[in-house]
Design a protein around this ligand. Structure first.
Ligand code: ZN
Length: 172
């Protein structure tokens, strides 16, 4: 297993629309293992392949504090959604920012599991929010897109400034 590099806003690669996974094979399962290692280390509760620069329709989640409910969703499709929930969301690709986003409270989703079998799952609350957030990544969409352009600009500037400071700290 290996930890992968997570792309950070405003990296243009985060805007790529992912294409469907055609074969669920050992290479994909190796990527899934690496994604779990990366997500747990971050730490985070969800990760889309887009965030590690692989533009395939694949996402993982585990919203539990003890890593007990890992989910792998390949080629996910929302079949039904209802209700409205507003929660503070953060994103591993936009470190340090938490903003309110409105999502469906309950979803039913169809996907392939890591063995390539079709599955359906009901999700609500945090898990439903997380799946919708990760599915946005597969469309090249970020949670900051729900904020105003002025706010997005401020976040972009601040993150760029922090990255400059970070690199200055290690540069000789
Ligand atoms: Zn995210």
């Amino acid at each position: 297993m290996a930890k992968l590099k997570i792309l950070e806003f405003p990296d243009a690669r985060l805007r790529t629309k992912a294409t469907p996974v055609e074969t669920v094979d050992d290479a994909l399962r190796a990527l899934i293992s690496d994604m779990f290692e990366t997500m747990y280390a971050a730490p985070g509760i969800g990760l889309a392949a887009t965030q590690v620069d692989v533009h395939k329709r694949l996402l993982i989640t585990d919203v539990t504090p003890d890593k007990s409910e890992p989910h792998v969703l390949i080629n996910p499709e929302i079949l039904e959604k209802d209700g409205v929930t507003v929660s503070d969301e953060g994103c591993l690709s936009v470190p340090g920012y938490y903003e309110e986003v409105e999502r469906a409270e309950h979803i039913r989703v169809r996907f392939l599991d890591r063995h390539g079998e079709t599955q359906e799952m009901e999700a609500e609350g945090l898990l439903a929010v997380c799946i919708q957030h990760e599915m946005d990544h597969l469309e090249g969409k970020l949670f900051v897109d729900y904020q105003s352009e002025a706010k997005r600009q401020r976040i972009r500037k601040k993150l760029q400034k922090e990255r400059r400071h970070q690199s200055a700290a290690v540069a000789m």
